[in-house]
Design a protein around this ligand. Structure first.
Ligand SMILES: [Zn+2]
Ligand SMILES: [Zn+2]
Length: 347
């Protein structure tokens, strides 16, 4: 038996004793070491509810292989791993172009099939990625949000020598700041409404920070030529500002999910046209070959010590505390970036 965090209707999370999953020949069984709470887990747990009742949540994690199916010989017991949570159909028109994130008929760990908030998870062999020994399990659980940041930077074609702005400093935004630097941005400007987060962004290599609650973003950046802006906040105000601060021929990327209508001010629309600004959507983190170059780039960068994950972790809890943690999030009792959960001892 093992523990698993099960989601029923919105807000109803239960830690239950369930059977350890049985693997098929093409799957491996992973002992979960660390799970991250993703921004997408929050509406899933609190407002949308489970895709199917009693689903185990969690798709950002690291662990160690404890059993391999007979047709998964490329993996070994003891391998330290993370996974790409999407299982694309490999048949639709988008999969055939290698655009797996756009798949018409996909499966997803922790949202459509049982996820990682448990002692063990079974995963298809094509979804597994090996972690170098130099990557901690904590960092391994954050490869997914880092890959999302990289995908967003690539969607907006960030180039060496450009000035880049990152709006919203959740985990994806914090990774975007670091990867923008890695990709050769001349200047990285970070924007958020919390000074605590702006201080962390400074430590992670942001050249300038702007508190959009206390400062007028448009005024402060009026004399700065900005080539690239990525919004990870999903706030409609920030989305309008993103376009409004972008320079001639600049690119804007909307990555944060808003679930809100967006009104662009008259001045913003004027600028969009006159400056020939490009707006791109960014969804998830996948490319060809599956799961994608985003994932290998992140793992290589972490292995080479180029990416700081420790500063992004704000809280650590055991998985038993998961329902209480979501309650705190719901009641806005904590300001957080990445929250990590531990099925065993808190590392
Ligand atoms: Zn996620
Ligand atoms: Zn597909």
């Amino acid at each position: 038996m093992m523990k698993a965090v099960k989601l029923y209707e919105p807000g109803n999370l239960q830690v239950e004793e369930v059977n350890v999953p049985t693997i098929s020949p093409t799957e491996v069984l992973i002992e979960v070491k660390v799970i991250g709470i993703c921004g997408s887990d929050i509406p899933r747990a609190l407002t949308k509810g489970a895709y199917s009742q009693g689903l185990t949540l969690g798709h950002e994690f690291s662990g160690q292989i404890v059993e391999c199916g007979s047709e998964a010989a490329e993996w070994s017991v003891g391998d330290r791993v993370t996974i790409a949570p999407l299982e694309p159909c490999m048949k639709c028109v988008y999969c055939k172009q290698g655009k797996y994130g756009l798949c018409d008929d996909y499966n997803y760990y922790g949202s459509r099939t049982d996820g990682a908030m448990a002692n063990y998870i079974k995963v298809g062999k094509a979804n597994i990625l090996k972690l170098d020994d130099s990557i901690s399990y904590d960092a391994g659980a954050m490869v997914d949000p880092a890959a999302n940041a990289v995908h967003g930077l690539w969607r907006g074609k960030l180039q060496k020598g450009e000035t880049a702005v990152v709006i919203g400093l959740g985990a994806i935004g914090m990774f975007a700041v670091q990867f923008a630097r890695e990709m050769g941005a001349k200047e990285v400007i970070a924007i958020d409404i919390f000074d605590e987060k702006l201080e962390i962004a400074n430590k992670l290599g942001a050249d300038r920070t702007v508190n959009s609650r206390t400062e007028d973003v448009i005024e402060v950046l009026a004399d700065t030529h900005i080539d690239f802006v990525i919004d990870t906040s999903g706030s409609a105000i920030a989305q309008d500002q993103a376009v409004r601060i972008t320079g001639k021929m600049g690119r804007v990327v909307f990555l944060g999910i808003s679930n809100q209508p967006l009104t662009l001010s008259a001045k913003t629309v004027d600028r969009l046209l006159r400056y020939e600004i490009e707006i791109n959507g960014s969804w998830n983190s996948f490319s060809d070959p599956f799961p994608g170059k985003e994932w290998t780039y992140v793992i290589d960068s972490m292995a080479n010590g180029k990416i700081n994950t420790e500063e992004i972790i704000s809280h650590r809890y055991s998985i038993e505390e998961t329902p209480a943690v979501f309650e705190k999030i719901k009641n806005k009792e904590i300001v957080f970036s990445k929250i990590l959960l531990y099925p065993g001892d808190v590392l």
